[in-house]
Design a protein around this ligand. Structure first.
Ligand code: TYD
Length: 140
């Protein structure tokens, strides 16, 4: 894995189709929207007030994190620098490169966090201990 840093992780604007009468529609299409092809979609919802999610890193996985509804804050940490993103628009996604520790917090009531991922679920791709993460980053 290349030594990515938090400044390589950016907000991607999604296509947005607006109709005055019928509302909005946004699109993510393989080969067009993201730097990776989507193999899996999952979403977090019914998150109790004050709860946080995440608290892990991935060795290889790339993701796009979207506030499909409501809002929350994502803090990325590359082992050297941290960067926080407030997500509250369904037509924007945070592109997360591999090797980023992430914390998701401050979920609004009814928030839905949709994650588009570059691979199927692989428990071996997770780093769930922060000290292991620091060692991993400093060994790259
Ligand atoms: P977890 O990664 O702990 O959630 P978060 O980091 O957002 O707090 O996942 C919660 C549970 O869901 C855990 O038992 C693993 C399972 N899970 C899957 O089975 N497939 C998946 O694609 C994901 C993301 C999680």
């Amino acid at each position: 894995m290349k030594k990515n840093n938090v400044f390589d992780c950016t907000i991607i604007e999604l296509d947005r189709h607006h109709s005055d009468r019928k509302g909005n529609l946004s699109v993510v299409e393989n080969g067009a929207t993201l730097p990776f092809d989507v193999k899996r979609v999952y979403y977090l919802y019914d998150i109790p007030g004050g709860e946080g999610r995440g608290a892990h890193a991935h060795k290889e996985l790339e993701q796009l994190i979207v506030a499909a509804s409501g809002s929350f804050t994502v803090t990325l940490d590359d082992g050297f620098s941290k960067r926080s993103f407030f997500l509250n628009r369904p037509y924007q996604g945070l592109y997360v490169k591999p090797g980023m520790w992430r914390n998701l917090e401050d979920f609004s009531s009814g928030a839905v966090c949709m994650v588009l991922a570059s691979d199927i679920y692989k428990p071996e791709d997770y780093i769930r201990n922060y000290n292991d993460f620091q060692e991993f980053r400093h060994s790259l």
